[in-house]
Design a protein around this ligand. Structure first.
Ligand code: DGL
Length: 264
């Protein structure tokens, strides 16, 4: 029996959106979910900080948990450090990058928004995706650290102010040409966790897309010939800093099958 887990990595709870989609496809897969709570948030950090921190942490996590595959369930870390992680580790690494291609496929107005962290929206990786897949579209970008904090608060069981979602979306709709945007890419894995709140604050007809279902299919494809346990086991959540804040996430983690909490 192959009990090696799939290891998910994010700065915080965002990667749970990708884990959730993967669990739906591979319900008995063993999961380890790693949150770099000591380094959170990533979106306001420099490229150099992320490029040093992420491969080093993933090296330690790979040694401890011996995963069959690693998912960098974070757009910020993936758009900056995916190549470095692949070079450092001899394991399949799946990244999470903005779902610009699927957004372009469904936009009727040919105007899309990319909502991510400040670090993600300024990456050349995003310029490249826009150039390759969105040649005939207006692509507006907006970075929001506040939206990351709102998603964290929600999963910590705290109420969030509905008015803030509309104010954040104004960062896209308020730009020249913004009124035409009919499709928004949730280019941070935290944002699908608050997609209902975002949709309620957006003009009618605006659609939100993210890459989680596509990533889940990619993981299923890459592990297609591998064995899985017969029944779901206890998933593990591991934090780089464990404190009252991470312990408050226990109910949310349990909803994703992560019943054990550890620290790195
Ligand atoms: N969830 C992360 C992403 O997809 C980043 C959130 C943060 O730490 O700023 O970009």
């Amino acid at each position: 029996m192959d009990t090696r887990p799939i290891l998910f990595f994010d700065s915080g709870v965002g990667g749970l959106s990708v884990l959730g989609a993967t669990r739906a496809l591979l319900p008995t897969a063993p999961f380890v979910y790693a949150a770099d709570s000591a380094g959170f948030p990533y979106g306001t950090k420099s490229e150099a900080e992320i490029a040093v921190r992420v491969p080093a942490l993933l090296g330690r996590l790979a040694e401890r948990y011996r995963p069959r595959l690693i998912v960098i369930a974070c757009n910020t870390a993936s758009t900056i450090a995916l190549a470095d992680v692949r070079a450092a580790l001899d394991l399949p690494i799946v990244g999470t990058v903005p779902a610009i291609k699927p957004a372009v496929a469904i936009s009727r107005t040919r105007a899309i928004g990319v909502l991510g962290t400040d670090a993600t929206v300024r990456q050349p990786y995003v310029d490249d995706l826009a150039q390759r897949f969105a040649g005939d579209c207006l692509v507006l970008r907006h970075g929001s650290a506040e939206l990351v904090r709102l998603a964290e608060a929600k999963l910590h069981g705290k109420a969030t102010d509905p008015a803030r979602y509309g104010a954040i979306l104004q960062g896209l709709f308020g730009q020249p040409g913004g009124a035409r945007v009919d499709t928004i890419v949730n280019a941070c894995t935290h944002f699908p966790l608050v997609v209902d709140e975002l949709a309620a604050a957006a003009p009618a007809g605006v659609r939100f897309v993210d890459g989680s279902a596509g990533i889940a299919r990619r993981i299923a494809h890459l592990t297609a010939n591998q064995q899985w346990p017969d029944a779901p086991g206890q998933g593990i959540a591991v934090f780089t800093r464990r404190d009252a804040d991470s312990n408050a996430l226990a109910p949310a983690l349990a909803r994703f099958g992560l019943d054990r909490i550890e620290s790195l």
